[in-house]
Design a protein around this ligand. Structure first.
Ligand SMILES: *Cc1c(COP(=O)(O)O)cnc(C)c1O
Length: 512
């Protein structure tokens, strides 16, 4: 009796202390590197992109949210509630933050649906599809990059004196066009995007070169490969004087603001699925650089009851091999019909690793350094066990991708893009592997089929493709064929891109 009373007393004391502590010191969101202890503000993490030790910025603590509170809200309101937990008032007053979010998701005419990311159901295929391709370039990267443009513009204008940056990037197609559509016309930002001339699809090229805004410079690189373009960008960044003179910045997939923006649609989709079924929800994510699925991991840690997260890879399967035995090992890239998932290392994976190691920057740094030197590391067993509890993986072959596109078209009269088909095929494999599990598979549809018409033709045949192009081809793709184009050809050398920037863009770092 006495023991119980004492125990209760102690518990009550501990409880009130904890509450006091919570009231006395509200957690102010801050950011650290995966490779060393640092303390950075939200805006530093976003504007720097990469930490000076080569690591990636992560939140020092992941906030929890009462998810039921969000259920009835619009996309824009859900995004606002989530972003506020990661962005301190000192970086952006929360009313202004909601303004940026509304400008991106509520009143932005570039999204073609009010829901932004509707989740539909394919009854015969027996999966749900979270459609992420209703933005300006018809691929999911738009959802984060539309926000990033507004966010950067705000943060730069706030500086005294106002700051200007030059975003320089290389693209094999998707990222570049999303970045251009996100940054076009934004004050304080110039945007230079390099791509290998003649090696991106005609639609992708037009999506870049028909943007008329003066702050956008599309540069096809003569006789260049994507790797040449990437090397040119890397050398620009390595040139410290040049980098400082033009305030070079990157918007690649490791930028924290992109991950943050992607957390929203897991919540929104979960609520939409809940209206149809009470089954546990599994998200299946076609994965390349691990950005999209990482956002799902944060959503789960924030309290969204996600039953399971599935990493779906193509034959460039470094992640699938990792989830089998805990060895992360680099191999050469094989080109596939899912080019946006053709990676040999997965850049955001380092963030997941860091969290699975209990936010231990020293250990993460040691493993990444081993990886850089030997192209391989083996994760210690306890951390690997943790990874397996958080996620499962599945690899899908080229033949399986094509077969899934064909089958879903026959069964549901719905044409999947090849990347999305990787997710759907992975879901079908898991349904076969766990026949007694009664869960709802929600596959992330990362692109619109019309962006990858060649791959579609390879899967469903020229006759069906012609029919679909005649009846379902997005008008936007026809319209851009009529627009004037604007581009600036470069030689595949760093000197040519530096001379171009010098010619077109006034030195910005010192500009008042
Ligand atoms: C970028 C991309 C992916 C891969 O997403 P990650 O966040 O890099 O894992 C998948 N599909 C499409 C269409 C993409 O553009």
């Amino acid at each position: 009796m006495l023991v119980t009373a004492v125990a209760l007393g102690v518990a009550a004391l501990a409880f009130s202390r904890r509450n006091l502590a919570r009231k006395a010191a509200p957690v102010i969101p801050s950011y650290t590197s995966t490779r060393s202890r640092q303390s950075k503000t939200f805006e530093e993490a976003v504007l720097l992109g990469l930490a000076n030790d080569g690591g990636l910025f992560c939140p020092t603590s992941v906030p929890c949210i009462d998810f039921a509170k969000l259920e009835k809200l619009s996309y824009s309101e859900v995004a606002g509630e989530i972003f506020k937990l990661y962005v301190p008032e000192a970086s952006i007053p929360h009313q202004a933050l909601q303004g940026l979010v509304d400008k991106t998701y509520l009143t932005n005419p570039l999204f073609r649906t009010r829901k932004v990311t509707p989740t539909i159901r394919l009854e015969q295929t027996n999966v749900s599809l979270m459609e992420l391709f209703h933005g300006p370039t018809f691929a999911f990267k738009d959802i984060a990059l539309q926000f990033l443009g507004n966010l950067f513009e705000f943060l730069l204008a706030k500086k005294q004196p106002a700051m200007k940056i030059t975003v320089v990037g290389a693209t094999s197609g998707d990222t570049g066009s999303s970045a251009i559509h996100g940054l076009a016309g934004k004050t304080g930002i110039n945007c230079v995007i390099l791509f290998p001339k003649g090696r991106v699809s005609p639609v992708q090229e037009l999506q870049m070169t028909t943007v008329a805004d003066e702050n956008v410079f599309c540069c096809p690189v003569r006789d260049g490969t994507f790797d040449d373009c990437q090397d040119m960008v890397k050398l620009c960044f390595k040139d410290e004087k040049f980098r400082a003179k033009y305030n070079l910045a990157a918007v690649n997939s490791i930028n924290w603001a992109r991950i943050l923006a992607q957390i929203t649609y897991y919540f929104v989709s979960y609520f939409e699925v809940r209206q149809r079924t009470s089954k546990p929800v599994v998200f299946v994510v076609p994965t390349g650089n691990f950005g999209d699925i990482l956002a799902g991991y944060y959503a789960k840690r924030m309290g969204l009851p996600i039953h399971k997260l599935v990493v779906a890879t193509n034959e460039n399967d470094i992640l699938d091999r990792f989830f089998q035995n805990g060895a992360y090992e680099r191999r050469e890239v094989t080109p596939t019909i899912t080019p946006s998932m053709d990676i040999c290392v997965s850049s955001n994976f380092e963030r997941f690793l860091y969290h699975m190691l209990g936010d231990d920057a020293e250990q993460t740094r040691a493993l990444m350094s081993e990886f850089e030197q030997t192209k391989r590391f083996q994760l210690p067993a306890p951390a690997f066990a943790k990874c397996k509890r958080e996620m499962e993986s599945s690899m899908v072959t080229e033949a399986e991708i094509r077969a899934q596109m064909k089958r879903t078209l026959e069964q549901d009269a719905y044409l999947l893009d090849p990347h999305t088909a990787v997710g759907v095929a992975a879901a079908k494999k898991l349904q076969a592997k766990y026949p007694s599990e009664d869960v709802e598979y929600v596959c992330l549809a990362t692109a619109h089929w019309a962006k990858f018409a060649d791959a579609v033709e390879g899967a469903v045949g020229p006759k069906v493709t012609t029919e679909w192009v005649a009846n379902h081809f997005p008008q936007e793709f026809e319209k851009i064929k009529q627009l004037p184009t604007r581009s600036f050809e470069l030689e595949p050398t760093v000197a040519s891109v530096q001379a171009f920037i010098q010619d077109k863009i006034p030195a910005t770092a010192t500009t008042a």
